[in-house]
Design a protein around this ligand. Structure first.
Ligand code: FE2
Length: 298
C-alpha cells in the first residue's frame, strides 16, 4: 500500500530510474507551479501504477475510458466533471479552496449542468420555463459575513424537473428550462418561483455510468437546487440547497452534501401563494440566506 507523501521522490515505484528521469524533465518548466504540479502528478501516477501492478489491458481500458469521456462531452454535457465528481475529486478541491468559515455558506460541486449564459429574470419571475413539477416559491437574502445585505448580487439558479432531468439533457429543447439569472434587491433579498426539485440519477449512459455499474455504486443524487452567487468584493459561492427529508441524503453519488446546505421545503395546501395568486393545488416554499465571504478572506 502506497503511503501519501508530499515528497514525490519518496514514493515507491517499480522503476525508480525511469520515474526520476520523467520528474527531471519538468525541472526546466518556466512556470514553477507547472513543474511542481507535473512532478507530483508523475510521481503519484507511477506509484499508483506500481502499487496495483497495472496491466497493459488495464492501461488500454483506462485510455479508452478517458477517450470516451472526452468524446461524449460537449457544451451541454461534461463527462469529465462528472468523473471528477464521482471520484470525490471535485469536493476535495472545493474543500481545500473554500474552507468552511464560521459564518459563510458552504460551497459544493458545480456539477455538469451549469450553463454560463442563462436567461435574465427579475425578482418574482417564474424561471421554470415550462419544466414539470410541483410549484415552489424560493426566497432569501444575500448577506455579508457581518450580516449586512448585499444588493445587486448575481444569482444563477438551475435545477432538474420532476423527471430528474436538466434542460440541457433534452436534445429537442431550444430554450432554457429551470434555469435563470437574477439580481438581489437593494435589501439583499431575492425571490422567484419554479418547481420542486426531485432526486435524480447522474447521467449513466456514458463511461462514468459504466464505472458506477461495474462497481455496483448507486447513481442517485438527493434533490437539490443549484445556486451560484457572486458580487464584487466577495468570494463567489457555488452551492446547492438540498431538500430536507430526501431519502438519498447521506448517499449522494458525487459526495456533494453538507449538513448546513439542507433546507426546509415547506408544503402548503391550496390557497394564496407568496405571489398573491390563489393556487388550486398544493405548493412549496423554500427560504434560504446566502452568506458570502469577502474575496480572498479565507
Ligand atoms: Fe444537480
Amino acid at each position: 500500500m502506497t503511503m501519501w507523501t508530499s515528497d514525490p521522490a519518496a514514493l515507491p515505484t517499480a522503476d525508480r530510474t525511469l520515474t526520476d528521469r520523467v520528474l527531471k524533465s519538468f525541472d526546466a518548466a518556466p512556470s514553477a507551479r507547472l513543474g511542481e504540479v507535473m512532478r507530483s502528478l508523475v510521481a503519484h501516477l507511477h506509484a499508483f501504477a506500481s502499487d496495483v501492478r497495472l496491466t497493459e489491458e488495464e492501461w488500454a481500458a483506462a485510455v479508452s475510458f478517458l477517450t470516451r469521456a472526452g468524446q461524449i462531452s460537449d457544451d451541454r454535457r461534461q463527462e469529465l466533471i462528472l468523473l471528477s465528481d464521482v471520484l470525490g475529486l471535485s469536493m476535495l478541491v472545493i474543500g481545500m479552496n473554500h474552507p468552511v468559515s464560521e459564518t459563510a455558506t458552504a460551497s459544493t460541486v458545480v456539477g455538469p449542468f451549469f450553463v454560463e449564459d442563462s436567461p435574465e429574470f427579475a425578482n418574482g419571475d417564474d424561471i421554470s420555463g415550462g419544466a414539470g413539477g410541483e410549484p415552489c416559491f424560493y426566497s432569501g437574502r444575500v448577506l455579508s459575513a457581518a450580516g449586512t445585505p448585499i444588493p445587486g448580487a448575481r444569482i444563477d439558479v438551475w435545477h432538474a424537473d420532476d423527471e430528474g432531468n436538466y434542460d440541457v439533457q433534452y436534445a429537442e429543447l431550444d430554450g432554457a428550462q429551470g434555469r435563470g439569472r437574477l439580481r438581489s434587491a437593494a435589501d439583499g433579498r431575492y425571490w422567484f418561483s419554479s418547481v420542486l426539485p426531485v432526486p435524480y440519477p447522474i447521467p449513466h449512459d456514458g463511461p462514468v455510468g459504466d464505472l458506477l455499474t461495474a462497481a455496483e455504486r448507486d447513481s442517485m443524487r438527493p434533490a437539490h437546487m443549484h445556486f451560484r452567487v457572486s458580487a464584487p468584493g466577495f468570494a463567489t459561492l457555488t452551492t446547492h440547497v438540498f431538500v430536507a427529508g430526501d431519502p438519498y441524503l447521506g448517499f449522494d453519488a458525487v459526495f456533494g452534501e453538507r449538513d448546513s446546505l439542507v433546507g426546509a421545503f415547506v408544503r402548503h395546501d391550496p390557497g394564496v401563494a407568496p405571489d398573491g395568486r390563489v393556487r388550486d393545488a398544493a405548493f412549496f416554499t423554500m427560504e434560504f440566506d446566502f452568506v458570502l465571504d469577502v474575496a480572498d478572506s479565507v
